[in-house]
Design a protein. Sequence first.
Length: 347
Amino acid sequence: MYKSIIRKILFKFDPEAVHYFTFDLIKIVSKIPFISVLIRSIFQVNHPSLERELFGLRFRNPVGLAAGFDKIAVLYNELANFGFGFIEIGTVTPKAQAGNPKKRLFRLQDDKGIINRMGFNNAGLEGVITQLKKNKKKIIIGGNIGKNTQTTPDEYTNDYLECFSALHPYVDYFVLNVSCPNVGSHAKLNDKNYLEELIHAVQSLNTTFEVSKPILLKISPDLNNTQLDEIISLVKTTKIDGVIASNTSVSRENLKADATTLKSIGNGGVSGQPITTKSTQVIKYLSENSQNEFSIIGVGGIHSEKDALDKLSAGADLVQIYTGFIYEGPALVKRINKAVLKSSLNV
């Protein structure tokens, strides 16, 4: 019903407006007695074989919701009912910011993809923490953190440290987002020496808390093999807990959308099916060339059970969906979990 009716209606309207309308609708509907119970009965798959233990956390299943969907942590309690094993909020920056000018979110329907240049629009630490204090402890929550757009390069680290410190009591793991193409100049964030400095600074802060939280690095799908080798070396040197592969892509290769359409859209990161293969290849390269030495969360173009299984087979320990959730609907989570149960990956 989702693809045949609901999606057709939603896709007639502006993507960003629909996003917030859907949030409001889920919020309202979830307040109706027994609706949350009904949603859980429809979409959740619970089985011991689906559970995953990673960097000290026990995930009830390997399918998560990627950062960018619930940026300001307003819907994670309700989204937990749809069968996810974990939800990543953010990207969160120290100060609230509006992000890039609208229109900034575009569907590529023929490609089953999205182009966005949101620009880390979020409510800042104060707003997000207000929402995280409402956590009903239904699900593992990841905190994806970044820098404010106007922050100067010499202050980048301070932005990450401020986010890490403030969010530490409220999230279960952290993701350093250093690969978003929509936040202006981020050349420094691609420099291996700086990344090592940043990771060590965050790790040092982590030790000051009674309980340390896992830290992962989110990377671009556009890295070449030399750059991926640097990531492997960086993870081994710093002993960071893992990598999320991958973010959106700036590439416009092999898209069905015509040149005129792409020119009218302008810059932004591509997500969805156009990066399915690319992100899986990144996962496979990292896994094989590191001898599976660190954890990988696979994300990018998961629109089917096969897409998810391919990423898990390539070396991902967990997977995340975002664009696939929009195109395929909430039943995708259940279908993936059931497919994992039937596969050889359910151990």
